[in-house]
Design a protein around this ligand. Structure first.
Ligand code: VG1
Ligand code: CO
Length: 595
């Protein structure tokens, strides 16, 4: 009787009329908007999901497997329900979803690859705040496990602009809390639609076991000379991963892990692992009790590394130090290192490591999607960005907890502390002083004109070979451009990726517009970097070393005047002393613009 009921009551598949939106172009990594836009604008979520599903070739889509996860932020559960209903209606055969909807971005990448899924959807706005008044976002990863490349994003956007209907099974309901399979018979479909709820950590943990020497890390964290660590999951997705992997598996005491319960609003905090927002971690590290500290962003792909007494590892340095020490990790000892890659604004510290290792160095635009082709084609083994992301070809995403295990492996092999390892690195390779400023909430038109006018200024013939004197320093312009990237694998060209001013002493100033905001105002990022070979000069204050370059950046861009001054709109993410107000009085008055 039961089977008869099943057969006579398959779940209906409906086609719903809709009208397209014109603002569904994905940014640096996915579509991000205020939560209220997804929650309250009728069909906003449905239209975008339909656009994502329609962007997959019908032959590939029929009966295929996809992965779905979220960083636990508010509205994720409601969105997952819609995604399941629409995936079923659009012919997807199987969805693999994390328990309670929870999966970190690197875990999704890992699972896609492991089960050969066609792609995955991750509900996250990454490091941006969550909650009804916060931000929400949707990442779509492709079959290699990585973020959609530009071609896929463009396809999604084009579909969204003309979308008139979407397909959905509104009567299909799943239980996210029940591990295992749930099958559903659909109207006009031969095969049942299957949902599999999987443990959020297990598959990812198994992958890490194959990469690292767990025994060595365990003895580091539990042995007689035990390294005490402090890991802050920032109330994001990483809590279950930290507890299970670092505490249960690797033996770190339970009090090593804080903020480990994923909260829908991340406790009202920015889940952004930098010294400004991970301030409680910085404070507890300053106490000196812990020798190693780390914090993650909401979706677990970024991480900040701290040493004893709060020693801050600049992410570009972290990238270079990890690269120089990859032989501490069994995975790389086995597979070797084919090439290294960094995003253009990331400091050039990595370039020096690549040179010493005699491997290729690739410089890509900001955003992880550009690393995919390099890794798929075997050109690159390890890569990262200044925005606290590092990763390798073990998956196709940056991977926060993996980065922690790399650092712990290096510490266990070298038997040195974080600060010592970094300083040794500087002695060997020189130090790249580095910082970044973000000007947030800028009027988009003002931002557009600033970039347009600045490009005209710096690409003018008169600008090349110009000299800037600031205090006792003189900087001569060597090269300027608007960065353009030609993908060595498919030849695709990405233009307009940031304004670069390179000086003869290899210091750089970079300007670019952020592409990961939620569309309320623009964010202008300024990056400054300068290289110091002399170990005697490695303990200077970053703001002192980079002050003159920043003065030049402010002057040539006129940014304070164009964005109505500084105030709260801008802050330096690498140090609290970088508040622009400080800079303004310190440097603006002493810089002269020489012609
Ligand atoms: C920022 C970072 C970039 C990173 C991107 C996604 O982009 O600068 O390096 O890849 O966020 O990070 P933008 O365009 O705002 O500078 V995540 O953790 O959302 O995947
Ligand atoms: Co992230």
């Amino acid at each position: 009787i039961v089977s008869e009921i099943m057969e006579t009551n398959p779940i209906p598949v409906l086609t719903i009329q809709t009208t397209p939106f014109d603002d569904q172009r994905p940014g640096t990594n996915g579509l991000r908007k205020k939560t209220s836009v997804f929650e309250s604008k009728k069909n906003y979520l449905q239209n975008y999901i339909q656009s994502v599903l329609s962007s997959i070739d019908l032959r590939d889509r029929q009966g295929c497997t996809m992965v779905v996860g979220s960083d636990g932020r508010y509205f994720s559960r409601a969105a997952i329900e819609v995604i399941v209903q629409m995936a079923a209606a659009n012919g997807i055969g199987r969805l693999v979803i994390g328990h309670s909807g929870i999966l970190s971005t690197p875990a999704v990448s890992c699972i896609i690859r492991k089960i050969k899924a066609i792609g995955g959807i991750i509900l996250t706005a990454s490091h941006s705040p969550g909650g009804p008044a916060g931000d929400f976002g949707i990442k779509f990863n492709i079959a290699n496990g990585g973020p959609s490349p530009d071609t896929v994003m463009e396809r999604i956007y084009q579909v969204s602009r003309t979308l008139e209907e979407y397909a959905i099974c509104p009567d299909l309901h799943i239980d996210l809390s029940r591990l295992g399979r749930q099958d559903f018979d659909l109207e006009n479909k031969f095969k049942p639609f299957r949902v599999e709820i999987v443990d959020s950590v297990e598959i990812y943990l198994n992958m890490l076991r194959g990469i690292f020497d767990f025994g060595a890390i365990k003895s580091l964290l539990t042995g007689p000379e035990q390294l005490k660590i402090r890991i802050d999951a920032m109330n994001g997705v990483m809590g279950p991963y930290v507890r299970r992997i670092l505490c249960d598996e690797l033996g770190a005491p339970a009090n090593s892990a804080v903020n480990c319960v994923p909260l829908e609003d991340f406790g009202g905090q920015h889940p952004n692992p930098n010294p400004t927002f991970a301030v409680s971690l910085v404070e507890s590290m300053k106490g000196g009790e812990f020798g190693f500290g780390a914090a993650f962003d909401a979706d677990g792909d970024r991480c900040m590394i701290l040493g004893q007494n709060g020693f801050f590892v600049n992410p570009s340095d972290s990238l270079a130090v990890m690269a120089a020490n990859l032989s501490c990790i069994p995975y790389f000892r086995q597979a070797g290192i084919r090439g290294l890659a960094r995003s253009m604004p990331t400091s050039m510290a990595l370039d020096r490591v690549a040179k010493a290792m005699k491997v290729a160095l690739y410089e890509t635009p900001a955003g992880w999607r550009f690393f995919g082709n390099l890794m798929d084609s075997g050109r690159c083994s390890f890569c990262g960005e200044e925005s606290f992301g590092t990763g390798s070809d073990h998956i196709r995403e940056k991977d926060g907890l993996w980065a922690v295990l790399v650092w712990l492996s290096v510490i266990s092999v070298r038997k040195q502390g974080v600060e010592e390892i970094v300083k040794d690195h500087w002695v060997k390779f020189g130090r790249n002083y580095y910082c970044r400023f973000d000007y947030e909430g800028v009027d988009p038109r003002a931002a557009y004109y600033l970039m347009r006018d600045l490009e005209a200024v710096i690409t003018d013939k008169a600008f090349i070979s110009q000299k800037f004197a600031v205090g006792n320093n003189v900087y001569s312009v060597e090269k300027t451009d608007n960065f353009e990237y030609i993908d060595p694998v498919d030849g695709s060209v990405s233009r307009n990726q940031g304004l670069r001013i390179v000086f003869t002493d290899s210091s750089r100033i970079i300007f670019r517009l952020s592409g990961s905001g939620v569309g309320v105002g623009a964010t202008i990022r300024i990056y400054a970097e300068s290289y110091e070979r002399d170990p005697e000069r490695h303990s200077r204050e970053t703001q002192v070393v980079l002050g003159p370059l920043i003065a030049i950046a402010l002057k040539i861009s006129d940014i304070h005047e164009r964005t109505n001054g500084c105030g709260d709109a801008c802050w330096g993410i690498y140090s609290l002393v970088f508040k622009m107000t400080v800079y303004r009085c310190l440097y603006i008055n002493i810089c002269h613009y020489c012609t």
